[in-house]
Design a protein around this ligand. Sequence first.
Ligand SMILES: NC(=O)c1ccc[n+]([C@@H]2O[C@H](COP(=O)([O-])OP(=O)(O)OC[C@H]3O[C@@H](n4cnc5c(N)ncnc54)[C@H](OP(=O)(O)O)[C@@H]3O)[C@@H](O)[C@H]2O)c1
Length: 254
Amino acid sequence: MDTNHHRKILLVTGGSRGIGKSIALSAAKRGIDVILTYNHNAEQGNAVASAINNNGGKAVALHLDSSKTASLDGFATQVSQLLKSEWGRENLDYLVNNAGISQRMLIKDTTEDIFDELVNVNLKGVFFLTQKLMPLINDGGQIINISSGLARFAFPGVAVYGALKAALESLTRYFAKEYAERKIRVNSVAPGAIDTEFGGGKGDEAHRSQVASMTALGRLGEAEDVGDFVASLLSEDSRFVNAQRIEVGGGIMI
Ligand SMILES: NC(=O)c1ccc[n+]([C@@H]2O[C@H](COP(=O)([O-])OP(=O)(O)OC[C@H]3O[C@@H](n4cnc5c(N)ncnc54)[C@H](OP(=O)(O)O)[C@@H]3O)[C@@H](O)[C@H]2O)c1
């Protein structure tokens, strides 16, 4: 029997560091094979894949800059070829759109270039990457878009980022609507304040304890708090959860 055939395959973007890395590792622990992408950090991306392969899982790291929309057709072709060569399969099962960037900048200081860069990675790139990967995703598969608590509440300095994450949550429902005929579920997971290098990290001790004090569980999140949850959603146990926003933030700003 071809046991390979029964293993699910996940593609997670931005799997070289932070939350995406944790999603890749946690999914692999649950027996899911992984295609992860890196952008600038090839070495770290490959190290995550190696860690999975050395622990009895299966993973491959690919380069992706999701803001370069002209490259996305080529990327989808590369994924298709990889599925055939490594798995003898045509399709994958899960897509997690995790790659993202932020810029800490007040509205008055935000330039058009910065605005466009944020749009390209956090919204346009997600839209077109998902559009192009859709033919490769199995019917009954799942997509998870990584949003942010900042789509729900506002802090100074992250206006464009927060608004784009709110747009991503809306887009989540539209994808769920249009791909319902293929029984593909689409949800967004919104992390709270998570202790990664994102946007330059979570600052000094005073700032960290201030953020912790706004959180019911009284601490910042770790990448694993999000990674384990996202990986757990990639299961039949969540089979009737669709077009939802789920916050993983320990009860921040409630
Ligand atoms: N940390 C938080 O507090 C927090 C809170 C709410 C939501 N989030 C969201 O969670 C997601 C992951 O954040 P994180 O904290 O894990 O961030 P991170 O540690 O900065 O990691 C970002 C990841 O995205 C990749 N990436 C960046 N730009 C890319 C591009 N143009 N194309 C493809 N990949 C790109 C990076 O790849 P390379 O390193 O290889 O370049 C890296 O793997 C983001 O969508 C973020 O908005 C984070």
